[in-house]
Design a protein around this ligand. Sequence first.
Ligand code: TRP
Length: 448
Amino acid sequence: MKKQRTTFNSKFGLVMASVGSAVGLGNIWRFPYEAGEHGGGAFLIVYVFCVLILGLSVMLAEFFIGRASQENSVGAFKVLAPHTMWKIIGYNGVIAAFLIFGFYSVVSGWTLEYIYQSIAGNINASSVEKFTADFDKFTSDAFRPVLWILVFTLITHAVVLLGVKKGIERTSKLMMPLLFVILTVLCIRSLMLPNSIEGLKFFFKPDFSKITSDVVLSALGQAFFSVSVGMCCMITYASYFNKSINMPRTAVSVVTLDTVVAIMAGVVIFPAVTSFNISPSQGPSLVFVTLPNIFQQMPLGGLWSLIFFVLLAIAALTSIISMHEVVTAYLHEQYRMSRSKAATIVSLSGFAVGVICSLSFGILSHFRIFGIIIFDLLDFITANLMLTLGGMFICIFVGWFVDKKVLKAELTNNGTVKFRLFSVFVFVIKYIAPVIIALVCIKKLGLF
Ligand code: TRP
């Protein structure tokens, strides 16, 4: 007899854990600068379309694989498709999770530095140039960022050690509602700024002439990254779902909440940006350079800055534990080692990757592969290649390989819950998603 698998305690906890994984630096740090660089409103429309059609479908496919197999990302394919190559999707997921963990921990560490600086009252440089110089000086340092990665990794380690219910579920149940509250407060503050309407116009008013192929590609990549699909993260989480959970509805909730958070982050950032006359197309430094500059010009700036970076750290933590869990569950179950030993291996080796990524901004910056530093290389390989290809093969696996009766029985809990759009879902994962993703990958690799 197989041992009964751990499950999340409650429906609320399970949704919060999944939302916790989805809502992360991707929503609050990456989304605004991607939108800023790609024309605001035009990007938003394409993004929402990609998330609602493709992101949602891949998520539901991952939910199916996870709950039907009750296994970690590699074990899942060994159960559903024994003695086939499909388990490569699982290995791809584990490796991607591990690598994303590495560079994600670097940016997560930065949030801790900015929390520290906000408390110390140091968010008061004189100009954007000075903020940029401070940011560059800090990120290229050999010691400070590494220290923060260590702190962040230790916190993550502690949560994962506590396990699925007491660690992941409880942390997310606490943190996610807090995140919504903080984000709402920041939205209101931002909307009260003079000239905030200009920022809203930039963000919400689509200029359709700006929708180029580049905008579509960036929006799709961002959509996958943001809802945590493509690297078996949702497979691992869904393996802890109770058999009575309505999975289509859960997927819709997670994707909707994730999109709401991304839009709220835009509502915080763009009015602030236009109100202080700063360019929205700054790239990755948008949040770390522009916002402190904006905060210092507001009354109680240090406090707003503190609130914002706490928000960013919370979002990062509940996401990074999901990447850690993917690898930990894999080692723990496939190699029959204790959970704490598995988690320790992941934390130590993940920390090592984090350190290398961090140093690539400083003493290792001359070490380049294809002309880019290690941090950017990992970002590119994982987010652009491993996630998209992973997502595509997950769709192909569920759309073409899995028996549709089995699929329908699992997604409707043996006919006890309704899933009216089942055939639409099957059509999307069979044809639409793989074709669009394939086109994107080919384009990203510069093949046409
Ligand atoms: N979705 C998270 C974010 O928006 C990042 C993340 C967590 C992720 N788990 C993932 C991305 C799995 C891709 C796959 O920041």
